[in-house]
Write a protein of this length. Structure first.
Ligand SMILES: NC(=O)c1ccc[n+]([C@@H]2O[C@H](COP(=O)([O-])OP(=O)(O)OC[C@H]3O[C@@H](n4cnc5c(N)ncnc54)[C@H](OP(=O)(O)O)[C@@H]3O)[C@@H](O)[C@H]2O)c1
Length: 350
């Protein structure tokens, strides 16, 4: 086992995929055998050149059939969020490649039975396994709180918050998400559909299963905060009085009370009314009960004295570190519970 290596293909090299590609090139447990790209400027480039590393001899391709025909143990599948992943995930699984995907689908999930059935069928056809990975869904809202539950005597409610200051951590989707728009209009037409919680439902379900409770319903709340002055960010400017902050809240209920709550606080700086959260971008788990617990997950201190938001690279890495165990798992959908304690290999390189 110690010498076992895994042949891996990296599918797409955006922010998440680049973190994964770097991992696969550098980790001795992994042999990079293919890289799929869509960007014509990347086609034919050496994988090492795409992430600032020495040449690997593996050239990026946009040829889907060539990727499907490759002999590989696993594909880390991280295409743009604009592409529904299910068709290609199933094609890859059917060729016998295990798939780890931050693009979803996140399973098991009662809201997407048809997709779940297709993934299971493709796994059966290819004798392969599938695991949905990510920071949230995939880590902060499921395996992290489940692990922390080990420190509790009694649990009343598990509360998970994603807190991101989008001035300090600029994201191209800031405008698409409705920042800078009229608050009343955005409240009436949130850019993140009220149905979005269904894509995170597998995470809520894993916590509920771990606690041995049934989720009775999920309620959704959305509120916005106003910019108190004009706020500049990397991709534009938000005018005073327009939307400068958004808070999505999804509450899973059990026994007439909240049992799991996910908050997403996205804020442009701190000149906001109201200002829900202060401080660095982070994931925060609060477990209410006995004894109460709080855990904050944030990137290590940068040279500028800040904790950066690492949600995107973490989304790649949490997938990379699980590749060997997904490859070695029995065919089918592999959840955190199936994986047990993941033991990442090849990280220490003295
Ligand atoms: N679960 C989680 O916690 C979590 C968190 C963050 C992101 N995600 C998911 O992870 C995936 C990757 O995120 P990202 O931030 O890396 O995205 P990104 O930076 O936008 O990169 C996506 C890459 O997909 C390729 N691409 C571009 N247009 C495409 C198209 N029309 N169809 C297929 N692929 C296309 C490009 O690859 P090339 O440049 O190589 O051509 C692009 O760089 C997304 O699906 C996102 O939803 C999940």
């Amino acid at each position: 086992m110690a010498d076992k290596t895994y042949r891996v293909i990296q599918w797409a090299t955006g922010t998440v995929g680049s973190a994964a590609l770097k991992y696969f090139i550098e980790n001795p447990v992994i042999e990079l055998v293919g890289v799929y790209v869509t960007n014509p400027e990347k086609v034919g480039k050496d994988a090492g050149d795409l992430v600032g590393l020495p040449k690997t001899g593996v050239l990026a391709t946009d040829d889907v059939d060539a990727i499907l025909a490759m002999d590989a143990d696993c594909v880390l599948f991280s295409p743009s969020m604009m592409t529904p992943p299910i068709d290609m995930v199933c094609r890859l699984l059917a060729t016998g490649k295990n798939v780890v995907s931050p693009a979803g689908p996140f399973l098991p999930n009662k809201w997407i039975p048809a997709e779940a059935a297709r993934v299971e069928a493709a796994c059966a056809e290819g004798n392969s396994s599938f695991h949905g990975c990510g920071i949230h869904p995939g880590f902060s809202g499921d395996i992290l709180p489940i692990t922390l539950l080990r420190l509790m005597n009694r649990v009343d409610c598990v509360e998970v918050s994603e807190i991101i200051d989008k001035v300090r951590n600029p994201m191209i989707y800031t405008e698409i998400m409705g920042f800078g728009t009229n608050p009343e209009e955005l409240l009436a037409n949130p850019r993140r559909s009220p149905e979005t919680y269904k894509f995170f439902y597998s995470s809520m379900q894993l916590i509920a299963d771990s606690l041995g409770v049934e989720i009775e319903k999920v309620t959704v709340k959305f509120e916005v905060s106003k910019a108190l002055k004009d706020i500049k960010h990397l991709y534009g400017e938000v005018k005073e009085g327009t939307v400068g902050g958004q808070h999505y809240e999804w509450t899973a209920w059990y026994g007439g009370a909240p049992i799991i709550v996910y908050h997403f606080y996205w804020q442009l700086g701190e000149d906001l009314d109201p200002l829900w959260e202060q401080g660095e971008a982070r994931y925060r788990v609060r477990i209410h009960g006995d004894p109460p617990l709080e855990c904050n997950l944030l990137g290590g201190l940068d040279k500028d004295g800040r904790h950066p938001f690492l949600g995107l690279p973490w989304t790649g890495l949490v997938g990379c570190t699980v590749v060997p165990q997904v490859c070695d798992a029995a065919p089918g959908v592999v959840t955190h519970i199936d994986l047990g304690v993941v033991q990442p290999k090849g990280l220490v390189r003295r």
